[in-house]
Unconditional design. Sequence first.
Length: 347
Amino acid sequence: MTIHPTGIHAPTGAGLDPDAQVMDTVLLPGYVLSTIGVCEDTRHRLALAADLPGWLLTSPESMVPSERYLRLWELVEHETQDPAIAVRTALEYTPGQLGIIDYLLLTAPTLGAGLALTDRFMDACSTNREFRAVADADPDGVTTVYTGLARGEGRGSELAMHTGLCGMIVKMRTATGQYVVPVDVRLRQRAPACRAELTALTELFGTPRIDFGAATNRVTFRNADLALPLLRADPVLNRILVQQAEMTAPPRITTWSDRLQQELASMLIDGAVTIDAVARRLLTGRRTLQRRLAEEGTSWRCELEKARRQQVLDQPLGLTQAERARRIGYSDPRSLRRAQQRWTDVS
């Protein structure tokens, strides 16, 4: 990877694994639902329609399939009947709401250095978002930010890009305290048929120089703007965040079975559990939970057995077999012994 004079990475040309599932942090759909100005019942209905259950939206470390995030945008535009809704949500954006990817930029020494870290660690926010910032060798030149989606077409992808690009501008202005304006903006989408959408984009970018129908989404800035110091620059904290980002395991999508195991880990401590009780904790119904588990190639019985086995391994020493059995919901020690024999046979 080539480092340009401003410290910003050039594109590597590496492609996405065609078999890899692309995903986004759940903070993205959570942010959208919290800023579109609809009531709680409508937010709940939109989330369910996009296959974003309540338990998922309240798990900030979770990742979701990108197709659900794009589908949510289509549903939101249809619900609000506002073609400029994605731009308006960007105006409500407070840097820091997307977690570490925001703080890496905010604590960097300059805007250019912050964009370099965004380039480097974008996967912490999305494996579907392509982000590359390429600078001229001339300090008086420009830097072009190329961004887009690895997968996803249609209106949902356009709206997602509106919020992504406009949110980037809002973050840059907040981080520097300066009204940073791009030199040039080029978007893949066709020119908006709705004047309100074009007006919203023009006002947020601060320039009428927006070309539509481009080969890629690209926004160009003066290198002088990217040399601006950041108001919250903190070299010590920034180094800590970089180290944390480097050590963090690649993100993975949080599944229904993942969440089920989390609930069972706490519920089994009190003894027997039922599928209906767990389904209520997951804000869903028995049949929906069974269907979701089947889609993941597992079942309630398999997941319960898995959780019980882990509980036995985690139990403190000194318990009698009867106490061990009772703690994880078995009726008597013999049932636990039979289960332990099954686990041994499987192993």
